[in-house]
Design a protein around this ligand. Structure first.
Ligand code: PEP
Ligand code: MG
Length: 543
């Protein structure tokens, strides 16, 4: 038995088999070979393995997201058989007498650059695909072939780090817990673990090479412990604690259907945050009054091209229909910083958190923004939709957004497409937005305070930097004063203000938020009933 200590990002306790996802940022080395034939045979075998992996991905995607979205894996299968691509790799092996992984990596880079430099948008998008299939081949050749997450039984996933795009692609049913060597408590991967209701530990000092997939593990998010090959005694204790946790959750179920009202009658909305259509089940299961933040950018991650208007429309419509008239606040694309997509070619930035992201991309590339707005306005006729814009800093940005929204309305009217203009609000997550929140309140319908970024920008602390976790203090007086100011300014203009950042679920602050006059708290689905309990046991008028 071996115990490791890390930082907990979601409290929960589980036991189960471990699956190790090996780091894939290894360097491909150029090696001289003697026998080209056996190298070609290795290449062929890796290709066959990749074909099988892609077929598995295709079958899974057809079931979960439909044939149109799954088609990309068919494209990858065809690319793997492309004669020009294969000839280039085989030629390199035979003429330069180099190892197959090197020939694949170089050919992949060359083809990718060739696609990227083409004028045609469709061909440009293939640059990322050819990189993907080359990486797959290299991994298979080096024996680091991806763990087929589709075929594992529910497991504890152990990795060096996980990006948001890797995390969203995982099958939630197959994940008991996450354990990572790196990562910060405020990253989107941590947020996703909370959304998925999955115990998660980060900063766990493990050597991935020393752990075997298949061994038994325990993740204790309460104590921040990851235990490998637990003793009989620890196994028994763990099972007992899991049972106790189940019981506590069971007790919370009694609060379903009850109002979010304080002892002295103050009412508040408790909504839930989601990242995908698949999360709506958790929202309903936990009796949230609505969806306070749908991070729509997750629809854009883990794929090779932009989601089309139709794909987005179907996703938004489905969420609205499932929520059956309850409020659904969809945030427009908040890509950038840690949420990267290759196909947008955003490039490397010195300070990505302060970089080209979110509404800045939408205002600079309105063609991307308009596709999403069209899908949103069309979907609005199917339920109670509100749209929310991220990373706002000024009145001018709102004015520019409204011009684009107007254009979209005119286009839809002209094309006789049914639509509705939803309520429009903004995220307050920059100090600038806080300071001009009086002016902003006049223009928009509501505010939702993004405490994750607001803390990052106010305290000048990169939320991705794990070294700064101890300094990242959302309880800082500056943040609490800002929240109060935003709420007061919203109310002055008859608008409502909520909190959708992680601080909204901080039970030690629930009373303070309610007393400040916060109208809505949007939290991970698993936190809805806990916050409701807190609200129902407090007095709003107490000093
Ligand atoms: C926030 O910044 O608080 C927020 C809710 O948005 P995100 O965490 O996605 O940046
Ligand atoms: Mg944010």
């Amino acid at each position: 038995m071996k115990t490791y200590i890390g930082k907990s990002v979601y409290k929960g306790i589980v036991t189960g088999p471990v699956v190790v996802l090996k780091n894939d940022d290894y360097q491909v080395k150029r090696l001289k070979i003697e026998d080209a034939e056996s190298e070609l045979a290795r290449l062929e075998k890796a290709g066959e393995q990749a074909q099988k992996q892609l077929q598995g991905l295709y079958d899974k995607a057809v079931k979960e997201v439909g044939e149109a979205s799954a088609a990309i894996f068919e494209v990858h299968q065809m690319m793997l058989e492309d004669e020009d691509y294969l000839d280039a790799i085989q030629n390199m092996i035979c003429t330069e007498m180099v190892n197959a992984e090197y020939a694949v990596a170089v050919t992949g880079d060359n083809f990718s650059e060739m696609f990227a430099s083409m004028d045609d948008d469709y061909m440009k998008a293939r640059a990322a695909d050819v990189k993907d299939i080359s990486n797959k081949l290299v991994k298979n050749l080096t024996g680091q072939g991806e763990v087929d997450l589709a075929s594992i039984k529910p497991s504890i996933i152990v990795a060096d780090d996980l990006s948001p795009s890797e995390t969203v692609q995982m099958d939630k049913e197959k994940i008991l817990a996450f354990v990572t060597v790196h990562g910060s408590t405020n990253s989107h991967t941590a947020i996703l673990a909370r959304l998925m209701n999955i115990p998660a530990l980060i900063g766990v000092p493990i050597d991935l090479e020393e752990i075997q997939t298949g061994v038994q593990g325990v993740v204790d998010g309460f104590r921040g412990e990851f235990i490998l090959e637990p003793s009989e005694e620890v196994c028994t204790q763990t099972k007992e604690r899991m049972r106790e946790e189940e019981e506590k959750l069971h007790l919370l179920q009694n609060l379903k259907g009850k109002e979010n009202v304080t002892l002295d009658g103050r009412q508040i909305n408790i909504y839930a945050n989601i990242g995908s259509v698949g999360d709506v089940g958790y929202v309903l299961e936990n009796d949230a009054g609505g969806i306070g933040l749908f991070r729509s950018e997750f629809l854009y991650l883990g794929r090779n091209d932009l989601p089309t208007e139709e794909e987005q429309f179907q996703a938004y419509k489905q969420v609205l229909q499932m929520m059956a008239g309850k409020k659904v606040i969809i945030r427009t694309l908040d890509i950038g910083a840690d949420k990267q997509v290759d196909y947008l070619n955003l490039g490397q930035e010195e300070n990505p958190a302060m970089g080209y992201r979110a509404i800045r991309i939408c205002l600079k590339q309105p063609e991307i923004f308009k596709v999403q707005l069209r899908a949103l306005l069309r979907a609005a006729t199917y339920g109670n939709l509100s749209v929310m814009y991220p990373m706002i800093t000024s009145v001018e940005e709102i004015e520019k957004i409204f011009v684009i929204v107007k254009e979209v309305e005119e286009e839809l009217t002209k094309a006789e497409v049914p639509y509705q203009l939803p309520e429009q609000g903004i995220m307050i997550e920059t100090p600038a937005a806080v300071m001009v929140s009086d002016e902003l309140a006049e223009l928009v319908d509501f505010f939702s305070i993004g405490t994750n970024d607001l803390t990052q920008y106010t305290l000048a602390i990169d939320r991705q930097n794990e070294k700064l976790d101890d300094f990242y203090n959302p309880h800082h007086k500056a943040i609490l004063k800002m929240i109060r100011m935003v709420v007061e300014n919203a109310h002055r203009y008859g608008k409502w203000a909520g909190i959708c950042g992680e601080l909204g679920a901080d039970l030690t602050l629930t009373e303070e938020f309610v007393r400040m006059g916060v109208d809505e708290l949007s939290v991970a689905p698993s936190m809805v009933l806990k916050v409701r309990k807190q609200v129902r046991e407090m007095n709003a008028s107490e000093a």
